[in-house]
Each structure stands twice: as structure tokens, then as C-alpha cells.
Write a protein that binds this ligand. Structure first.
Ligand code: SF4
Length: 317
């Protein structure tokens, strides 16, 4: 459903380098939001630190520009406090898979219903192009004094191993294709991640638009490609196929949806099962905790009522 009358792009001036892949990602996001008719008052875009983490400034919605590697941690608090919100996290490959990798893995294990968009350009652009976790060993971009001596993380394989239930790869210059992936990720109920390949025109002279041209192909063009788990018995096979595909790199690089498992319960479901007071119709963010004078209105009894489900009683031996 397209949303009329909402302008999703702000007028904030961008200091991204001309030709940066970040522009394509913001264009795909705003198009996706428009077509989904997302309500800016009930959507939050969260980011960490890096060139790509400036994204919330350019999107006319609630936005939180947080600290390095902690976008997912902030987003987790936001989503659990108010599960009614649509939450999207943007960050670079260094932010998400370097300093923030523990949060990245934790989100997969929890399967919280939110979308992560990785701006993957294989370098730390904001700090002058050091090798990021997705730059392959032996590669030397123009910003490195010598070839990289660390092996690369495979974001697709790591996401699947961590438990993400929607895993895709896009390309920042294929805006309409990326828009469709973003729409699917937002509509998926569970932790969704899109690894977006994007040129850093200033520091990465290996993975340029020229490099990707003619190498990228769409998984969905293969009529036999079906990444969706429709029965628990299919899970192992679908994971194995997705992992095999994720290794493909070089002359042919796949983009599209690698893996979807709509059968797994979310963390919100798990909390609600454990704690009957975790009510998504009246979530914690809507609890009144202070009166008009700003003084707390929750006493010990109310506190116990809210948190009783979390109290674990020790068993006597
Ligand atoms: Fe984009 Fe690279 Fe410039 Fe950063 S340094 S804005 S990632 S082109």
C-alpha cells in the first residue's frame, strides 16, 4: 500500500562522496517505505558509527544515531519496549561485523522482529579506508600500505549460523531490486538481514561498480531456487544450499534471498510465553511510571506485578 502525502527523504545535506553506494541504499529504503506505507511515527531507523550510519539523518522518520557497533543493541531495547514499532538498523560492515559482531550474533539467536541493513564496502570509509572484516585476505585497496593478512567474514554464512530467519544480499546500484528485498525483510516476522554490496568510490578501488558489472546475478532467476523453509524437515537442506551459494564469489556473485524460515518463534513470542505481563497490546513503553509531577507512581506492589514473571525461585534440595 503506497503512502500518500508522506515525504520519507529529509532535506539534510549529505557529505557522502559523490558516487558512494550509500545513496542507492537510502533511495531503496525510502522507496520501500513509500510502497509499504510505513507510518513515520511508528518506524525507527537506528545506526551505529561510520559513513553509512549517517543514514537516519536523511530519512524523515524517528532516527537514532548511536555509538560504534551498538546500533543493534539500541534497536533491541527499542523493539522490546515497544514491539508495535517497525525497527530498521543501518551500519557498515566494520560496525556490524567488527566491533558490533557480538550484537549481530545475539540478534540472530533471539530472532527479534527487526531488519538489519549492512552497507558492505569492505573498508572503514569514515576513517580513511582500513580493511574491514569483509575484505578478503591478500587484497590491497589503494588505502592499504600492504595486502590484507586477515581472512574475511562471510556475512551470509554468519547470519545463517547465528539464527537469522531472513537472509539476503543486495547491490546498492540495483535500487529497485534492493527495494524489493527491503520490503520483504520488513514484512518478514523475525530477524532479517540484508548484506548490501556497495562501492566506496574513495577508498576501495577493487570492488567498484565496474567490478560488479557483469558478475552479479539474481538467485530468483533460477526457477529451481526456493529459499523458504515450509516444513521443519526442510531446514537443514535449505541451510546447506544457502551456505553453499554464499561461498560463490569472483566471476559470478549471487544477490537475492538466500534463506527464509518463517516457522521459528520470535524473541517477543518467547518473552510473552515466559512472562504473561509482557503484553504487546500494552507494551512496557506504554506503562505509566511517573505522574504529572514527574514523581514515580510505581510502588513495590506494582513493581512485583510487572516483573513477577521474571522471578526465578530456587529449588530446595
Ligand atoms: Fe562513501 Fe567511501 Fe566516501 Fe564513505 S568514504 S562516503 S563509504 S565513498
Amino acid at each position: 500500500m503506497a503512502s500518500r502525502g508522506v515525504t520519507y527523504r529529509t532535506e539534510v545535506w549529505s557529505d557522502w562522496c559523490p558516487g558512494c553506494g550509500d545513496f542507492g541504499i537510502v533511495a531503496a529504503m525510502t522507496k520501500a517505505f513509500q510502497e509499504l506505507g510505513l507510518d513515520p511515527a511508528n518506524t525507527v531507523v537506528v545506526s551505529g558509527i561510520g559513513c553509512s550510519s549517517k543514514t537516519p539523518h536523511f530519512i524523515n522518520m524517528n532516527g537514532v544515531h548511536t555509538i560504534h557497533g551498538r546500533g543493534i543493541a539500541f534497536a533491541t531495547g527499542i523493539k522490546l519496549a515497544n514491539p508495535r514499532l517497525t525497527v530498521i538498523v543501518n551500519g557498515g560492515d566494520g560496525d556490524m561485523l567488527g566491533i558490533g559482531v557480538a550484537h549481530f550474533v545475539a540478534l540472530g539467536r533471539r530472532n527479534i522482529d527487526m531488519t538489519v541493513i549492512i552497507h558492505d564496502n569492505q573498508v572503514y570509509g569514515l576513517t580513511k579506508g582500513q580493511a574491514s572484516p569483509t575484505l578478503r585476505r591478500g587484497e590491497k585497496t589503494k588505502s592499504l600500505p600492504a595486502p590484507n593478512i586477515q581472512d574475511a567474514v562471510n556475512p551470509i554464512a554468519l547470519a545463517i549460523a547465528s539464527g537469522y530467519t531472513f537472509v539476503a544480499r543486495g547491490y546498492s546500484l540495483w535500487v529497485d531490486h534492493l527495494k524489493e528485498l527491503i520490503k520483504q525483510a520488513i514484512q518478514h516476522k523475525g530477524a532479517a538481514v540484508i548484506d548490501v554490496l556497495q562501492p566506496c568510490v574513495t577508498y576501495n578501488d577493487i570492488y567498484t561498480a565496474e567490478f560488479y558489472k557483469g558478475r552479479l546475478y539474481k538467485l530468483e532467476d533460477d526457477p529451481n531456487w526456493d529459499p523458504v523453509v515450509r516444513d521443519p524437515s526442510e531446514e537443514d537442506e535449505k541451510i546447506a544450499r544457502a551456505l553453499e551459494k554464499s561461498k560463490e564469489w569472483g566471476n559470478r556473485i549471487p544477490v537475492g534471498v538466500f534463506y527464509v524460515n518463517p516457522l521459528k518463534d520470535t524473541y517477543e513470542d518467547r518473552i510473552a510465553q515466559r512472562n504473561p505481563y509482557y503484553n504487546r497490546e500494552a507494551p512496557p513503553a506504554f506503562e505509566e511510571i511517573a505522574g504529572e509531577d514527574g514523581k514515580p507512581i510505581i510502588g513495590p506492589d506494582e513493581f512485583k506485578r510487572l516483573f513477577a514473571g521474571y522471578i526465578v525461585k530456587a529449588k530446595r534440595s
